[in-house]
Design a protein around this ligand. Structure first.
Ligand SMILES: C[S@@+](CC[C@H](N)C(=O)[O-])C[C@H]1O[C@@H](n2cnc3c(N)ncnc32)[C@H](O)[C@@H]1O
Length: 284
């Protein structure tokens, strides 16, 4: 098992496979469930945006979208359990990539509405984006690493048409540098944002970056299970990182799970509906 500098186990190899099978079979063993817990919050923010901004079918930018996981949950009303079964069962194991993709195209067509949201996926993995785009989970794909590069003109134009920006399991790999480049390209439109971020990663730099561009950020009360630790060694390393960050793991990470927090950022003055409480009631 290899670990990155934050102590988390390195799962980079599952992000760049030609199809999502390794992604789901590996993360299923770790009970990765943050997209499922995020779903009602994202859905509520979409409803709120639709109601207040008079945009009936908003465009969502999913940062670190991988194989279109949040898109599957939001556009197809899939669940993580359903996806784990779908990509991890014996039938899936025997299929070629093309056959798996055909099966997914049919699934996506049967579960999406023509007047529904559009999802643009941003990821550093060309393989994951290519699959998600071909399956129809993503409407557009942005293959970029905005930590190190400026967006192209075409990518800037896509960001400028974005209504909402979401992420799960990605901040940490991605920092305020990526967020600043997206906001810079979006200009006056100022997409609303919801980010789930592990407790080991400080969100303050993103809050400050967004504040400088006219946003206010609120943390939603509570914490959200992301996944189990892959090993006792990973847990020890992450507890060290939490300790250095001044975060108390007692009753949370010390008991075997990584936890995330949720931050919602909207342009100052945007209607302040209680997105969080209603979604929390559905979820807990
Ligand atoms: C743990 S996965 C999360 C995937 C998905 N959001 C979910 O929750 O299931 C992290 C994703 O971030 C992507 N990633 C890593 N570094 C990135 C970067 N600099 N820019 C964009 N995506 C990046 C990886 O390729 C991977 O798809």
């Amino acid at each position: 098992m290899r670990f990155d500098t934050t102590g988390k186990v390195s799962l980079d190899h599952i992000y760049t496979q030609p199809d999502p099978r390794a992604y789901f079979t590996t993360l299923r063993r770790l009970d990765y469930l943050i997209p499922q817990l995020a779903k009602p919050y994202f859905a509520k923010l979409i409803r709120e945006y639709t109601a207040t901004q008079a945009v009936p079918a908003p465009t969502v930018l999913d940062i670190g979208c991988s194989y279109g996981i949040n898109a599957a949950l939001l556009k197809c009303d899939a669940t993580m359990d359903e996806l784990y079964e779908r990509y991890g069962d014996e039938d899936a194991a025997g299929l070629t990539r093309e056959a798996l993709l055909d099966r997914d195209v049919t699934f996506v067509r049967s579960r999406t509405r023509p007047d529904g949201i559009r999802v643009v996926g941003l990821d550093a993995s060309e393989e994951a984006l290519s699959y998600a785009l071909s399956a129809g989970l993503l409407d557009r794909a942005v293959h970029a690493d905005l930590e190190h590069n400026d967006p192209t003109e075409e990518q800037r134009a896509l960001f400028a048409r974005t209504d909402l920006v979401f992420s799960t399991g990605c901040l940490g790999y991605v920092t305020e540098k990526t967020i600043a480049r997206i906001v810079g390209a979006a200009g006056e439109r100022k997409p609303w944002m919801a980010h789930f971020v592990l407790r080991m990663f400080p969100f303050d730099p993103i809050t400050e970056t967004l504040a400088a561009s006219g946003y206010e950020t609120a943390e939603v009360a509570g914490v959200f299970k992301q996944r189990r630790f892959a090993s006792a060694e990973e847990q020890t390393l992450v507890l060290d990182t939490l300790s250095s960050a001044g975060v108390d793991p007692h009753g949370l990470e010390s008991d075997g799970w990584l936890y995330a927090r949720l931050f919602i950022s909207r342009p100052r003055g945007a209607t302040d509906h209680p997105v969080t409480e209603a979604a929390a009631r559905q979820d807990r």
